[in-house]
Design a protein around this ligand. Structure first.
Ligand code: GTP
Ligand code: MG
Length: 576
């Protein structure tokens, strides 16, 4: 079927400022998912990463590249007084170092990528089993190592700091100040995205942790793969987000072998169980035990096997990641691929998703603890739906993406049609010139007035549908269409979301909010624009007001603005 979308890529012509802004966003996101050429930090070594022109487009290409890179990498805990130069010289006895970086997580760690697997084997062969005086150790060797410096005189003379790459986001107050220094709301959105998104290094570290985990699972399933999914790879991940992993056993050879029509053949004898779910639970149970007992750096292992999607949850201390390991979760992998595709289509998608996710977190609309609140996944689907409802739409519906699919894209998982086009070049978008500023205001207005009580959000059709079941918020699962992804959300959480949308929409209409307000107290810039929307004081305001009889939104916001203004003026006069 011919797509109704026409090419949009140059729709920003004549809006140079906005284009500049969007370009920044695009560059920034290429960095976060790792498609930008990487500057090798190791002197004199050519990096073998993708260049701009041959940048991988599909998520699968990108993941395969990152996985291969991770297999050639090691994670080393370093004493803080390590000399970077000596460290590299010591390691390069085993082969070329393609890239290295340091970060802090309960001590300093280095990620070191070698040129080949053989280099890593040589390095591991040279490593010793630790001698511990009181404890005993599990003799499980992995690519998580510790550097020991036996010359104490030498180490004392070294400067104490290695150049560490940050792996966490800036605190919200610092972000608010940073945004308040920007000159337009569009620039604020780009700045927020840049500050919060996953870095190149963080993305590498995520794949390395998957690769280390794979080495444990490989004790049972030598041909398995552990892939990250969710926000670690869908382009919407924020520094510090959890690491969702999927144990993929599909690559185990022999499954796809053609059986001869006549003559002899062999097949494996395998244990039979009564359901696929039972197989998943058994595998996760055993691997969970292994991670718990043998996995260096893996702590707080919990096996949550009776959940709808069974998982093993643990903290990986050396990386600081909270990890969820699942198996047989191919639909989630498809959702990840779909979100990644939408994010790649137009830079405004990622920017808006990032901004809304950050706004929602700042006001505890979302949380890292499971509960009756809206999840980041649901919120992302809501942003996508809003972008499909623009005139003209900014992104196509899932049905349109399915209609563009070729035979190679066909995918049916557990009876669910998960087919959509994966070749981005086949997708042509309509010409839509909305600015991010406009989209942000309209997003709040859209959901401030959305008929949640009657309608369901449906990105497959790109149109609201009559709700098929009673639930405060109904968002159709894009692939398992009989399911509601926001089934957990209760009325009070939805009401909070709607109230915040109303207040944020109102705030963005006020000229006081929309104008940069210069320097406030000391060097601190006065909050304006997007920064105002992230102010935690708004939450307190809303909570306090909930106990009272509700006034019209505009009255509440007016008084909030007045109190903010008075506070700032009070601070100014006490300063002068
Ligand atoms: P954060 O971890 O909050 O940053 O976002 P996330 O997108 O990673 O969400 P989460 O860790 O909760 O889930 C990981 C992935 O699982 C999501 O990106 C989706 O692909 C998938 N997922 C999560 N919840 C649902 C759901 O209710 N239905 C479906 N189909 N997939 C889900
Ligand atoms: Mg996640």
């Amino acid at each position: 079927m011919a797509s109704p979308f026409t090419i949009h890529r140059l729709h920003m012509r004549g809006r140079s400022r906005l284009l500049k802004c969007l370009n920044t966003v695009e560059t920034v996101f290429r960095r976060s998912v790792g498609t930008e050429p990487i500057v090798a930090q190791t002197e004199g070594v050519q990096d073998n990463d993708y260049g701009e022109n041959d940048a991988p487009k599909s998520l699968y290409d990108l993941m395969a590249h990152r996985q291969e890179q991770a297999e050639r990498s090691v994670l080393i805990s370093c004493p803080s007084r390590t000399s970077e130069k000596k460290f590299l010289k010591f390691l390069s006895k085993h082969g070329d170092i393609k890239k290295h970086f340091f970060y802090e997580s309960y001590g300093v760690y280095a990620v070191v990528e070698f040129g080949s697997r053989d280099n890593v084997v040589s390095l591991l062969d040279s490593a010793a089993i630790p001698i511990v005086s009181h404890d005993s150790t599990v003799p499980f060797k992995s690519r998580l190592l510790a550097l020991r410096n036996h010359s104490s005189v030498d180490s004392a003379s070294q400067p104490s700091s290695l150049p560490c790459q940050p792996q966490t986001t800036v605190p919200i107050n610092e972000l608010i100040q940073r945004l308040s220094r920007e000159e337009s709301i569009d620039e604020q959105i780009s700045s927020l995205t840049e500050a919060y998104q996953l870095t190149e290094e963080n993305s590498r570290l995520r794949f390395l942790v998957c690769s280390l985990l794979k080495d444990i699972a490989a004790a049972y399933f030598p041909e398995c793969t552990i892939r990250p999914f969710g926000s670690s790879v869908n382009g919407f991940g924020k520094l510090g987000c959890d690491l969702d992993m999927f144990l993929d056993l599909d690559s185990i050879s022999g499954w796809n072998l053609k059986r001869p029509k006549s003559g002899l053949s062999l097949e494996y004898q395998m244990k039979r169980t009564n359901s696929e779910r039972h197989v998943t639970q058994s595998i996760l149970s055993v691997i969970g035990e292994c991670v718990d007992h043998f996995g260096p750096g893996c702590v707080g292992v919990q096996k949550i096997l009776n959940a709808r999607c069974p998982l093993v949850r643990f903290a990986h201390q050396p990386s600081g990641f909270q990890c969820d390991l699942t198996a047989n979760n191919r639909v989630a992998m498809k959702s990840t691929e779909l979100l990644y595709l939408y994010g790649e289509l137009d830079p405004r998608v990622r920017s808006l998703v990032f901004t809304i996710r950050c706004w929602a977190r700042a006001h505890s609309i979302t949380s890292s603890i499971p509960g009756a609140w809206i999840s980041n996944f649901s919120l992302t689907v809501m942003v996508l739906f809003f972008l499909q409802r623009r005139t003209p739409p900014i992104i196509p519906t899932l049905n349109q993406l399915r209609d563009l699919a070729g035979p190679e894209d066909e995918s049916v998982i557990e009876g669910n049609d998960c087919t959509f086009v994966t070749d981005f070049s086949k997708i042509e978008l309509q010409r839509n010139t909305d600015t991010l500023d406009q989209l942000l205001s309209d997003f709040f207005e859209f959901y401030a007035t959305f008929p949640f009580s009657r309608m369901s959000i449906n990105i497959r059709k790109g149109k609201e549908q009559n709700k098929p079941e009673v639930a405060p918020l109904h968002i159709q699962n894009p692939f398992e269409t009989s399911l509601n992804v926001s089934k957990n959300v209760n009325t009070s959480q939805l009401d909070r979301f709607v109230a915040l949308c109303q207040e944020s929409a109102w705030l963005l209409q006020q000229s006081e909010t929309r104008t940069p307000r210069g320097v406030g107290v000391g060097d601190t810039p006065a909050a304006w624009g997007l920064a105002t929307l992230l102010l935690p004081s708004q939450v307190a305001g809303i909570k306090g007001r909930k106990k009272r009889k509700r006034e019209p939104a505009s009255e509440r916001i007016k008084s909030l603005l007045e109190s903010l203004k008075n506070k700032n003026e009070g601070k100014k006069s006490s300063d002068s």
